[in-house]
Ligand binder design. Sequence first.
Ligand code: AMP
Ligand code: MG
Length: 197
Amino acid sequence: MNDKAQAKEYLVIDLEATCDNRDAVPKREMEIIEIGAVLVDGATFEPIDEFQRFVRPVRHPVLTPFCRELTSITQAQVDAAQGFVAVLDELRAFMGDRQSLFSSWGNYDRGQFGLDAEFHQVELPFGGKHLNIKQAFSDALGTRKRFGMARALQKLGLPLVGTHHRGIDDARNIARILPFAVGAWSREEVRVNAVGS
Ligand code: AMP
Ligand code: MG
C-alpha cells in the first residue's frame, strides 16, 4: 500500500466544462457544466455514495457543437441547472464532515475547480490535499508514461462503463481504477472484483 495515497475515504471527482475545438472558449474561461463524484471507502474500495449535478455556465452559456458532441450534455440540461455557487453548496452538504480525499484523473479537475471558485469568489471544500490518480496509476505500473482514463481501463482489462466524457460515468470508471492505482489491489483483483458491478 502506498502510504502517501491512503485515505479513509476517497471522493473521486470528474468535471465536464465548456470547451471548443477552435478558440471560442479560451482555457481560462472554461466553466464547469457537470460535477460527477463517487465516494469510495478507503478500506474496501466499495462505492459508498454518488453525487451528480449539471451546472449552468455564465461566461459562455451556449454550449458549442463540439462540447455537446464531446460530452453528450445538452443545452437544455445546463439551462435547467443551478449555477456554480449553488451546486458547490450542495456538494459541500454531500461531503458533510467526512474527511474524504479529493481525487481525480490528472490535475485538470483540480485546476478547473480553482478557476470557477476564483471567478465566483468562493472557497472550495477540499482543503489543500489532492490525489492525482493518473500519476498514481503510472507509479503503480512503474512507468513515467501517462495514460488517458480509457487506456488505463484497457490496461487493467476493464470495460469502459457508461458514456465517456460524462462526469458521473468518468468518475465511476476512475473509481474502479483507484484500488490498483493506490497499490491496494492487483490487476487481477481489480478485474475479479469488478465482475457484476
Ligand atoms: P474529460 O474528463 O476527459 O471528459 O474532460 C473534461 C473536460 O475537458 C471536457 O468537458 C472538456 O471541457 C475538456 N476536454 C476534454 N477533451 C477535450 C478535447 N479533446 N478538446 C477540447 N476540450 C476537451
Ligand atoms: Mg470527464
